[in-house]
Design a protein around this ligand. Structure first.
Ligand code: A3P
Length: 291
């Protein structure tokens, strides 16, 4: 059991469950868990346990908002409830459904440099022994796509490149990294000022400045600081610290990535460059990813 202050299962008097006022909508493998756990260091934040998947799964959505509210943690008046379900970002129905719940909700989108994200996603799918059928998006399939073979045991290079050497855009880890193709749907439903783009690579390097931006965006006091982090050299990542305990994210967060041929990395960078520019234009921010 986690130490008390890292747990949200306690029902204090004068607390109740509230629909989230802020949601981490994605992107998968960009540090969504780290972000939620880090925000939970703040005394004004409560987090839902696990991933709720209310808006992206029709069976859950069909259960209604009261079901969703009951998945939320107990919170004091004035606290902000946050949940994270990374597949919200890529599921077309989700923006409109969230708007229907609360048109002034605040949305957090954490992104990483797309080549790193693609490799991270591959690493996770491989660790689950996933097959190509679940790793390939039908929505993004193109006529260029050859019949899919099972991906289990196949190298990154083999999955990411088509036989003619071009990038396999329908390989799910690539399709998800084409951020602008998903982002435009959100901006059709929400104003830009309601969405904060968090730099996931910087959250790894130096979490506090990113968290400061988020505290301001959420309208809460700047409370998360250097004292809340220590670098764990064995893990290679920052771990979290509050008044009572130290906590690193679990082993599945911060996996070792396979070595990818530099030629393929360069090819991917070139491929993503144009898409990154379109994302920067959409959000009005330059994330500075290598070209
Ligand atoms: P890798 O395991 O590929 O390194 P998500 O929670 O969205 O699945 O994201 C997982 C990623 O969070 C990890 O990807 C890791 O790089 C990143 N991350 C960010 N901060 C971290 C931290 N303090 N500890 C562990 N992983 C962190």
């Amino acid at each position: 059991t986690p130490p008390l202050l890292f747990s949200n299962k306690v029902h204090f008097p004068r607390t109740s469950r509230h629909l989230p006022q802020a949601i981490i909508i994605g992107v998968r493998k960009c540090g969504t868990r780290a972000l939620l756990e880090m925000l939970f260091l703040h005394p004004q934040i409560q987090k839902a346990a696990g991933e709720v998947h209310f808006f992206d799964r029709d069976d859950n959505y069909g259960k209604g908002l009261e079901w969703y509210r009951r998945k939320m943690p107990y919170s004091f008046k004035g606290q902000i409830t946050i949940e994270k379900s990374p597949s919200y970002f890529v599921t077309p129905e989700v923006p409109e459904r969230i708007r229907a719940m609360n048109a002034s909700v605040k949305l957090l989108l954490i992104v990483r440099e797309p080549v790193t994200r693609t490799i991270s996603d591959y690493t996770q799918l491989r660790s689950h022994g996933s097959t190509a059928s679940s790793a390939t998006s039908s929505a993004t399939s193109s006529s260029k796509t050859p019949p899919q073979q099972p991906s289990f045991g196949r190298s990154f290079e083999d999955l990411v490149l088509l036989p003619d050497g071009s990038i396999n855009e329908s390989y799910r880890p690539v399709a998800i990294s084409l951020y602008h193709t998903h982002m435009h749907r959100w901006l059709e439903v929400f104003s830009r000022s309601q969405i904060l783009v968090v730099n996931g690579d910087q959250l790894i390097e130096d979490p506090v400045p990113q968290l400061r931006r988020i505290e301001e965006f959420l309208g809460i006091e700047p409370r998360i600081g250097r004292q809340n982090f220590y670098f764990n050299h064995t893990k290679g990542f920052y771990c979290l610290r509050n008044e009572t305990a130290d906590k690193c994210l679990r082993e599945s967060k911060g996996r070792r990535h396979p070595r990818v041929s530099p030629v393929v990395v360069t090819k991917l960078r070139r491929f993503f460059n144009e898409h990154n520019q379109r994302f920067y234009e959409l959000v009005g921010e330059d994330l500075g990813w290598p070209e």
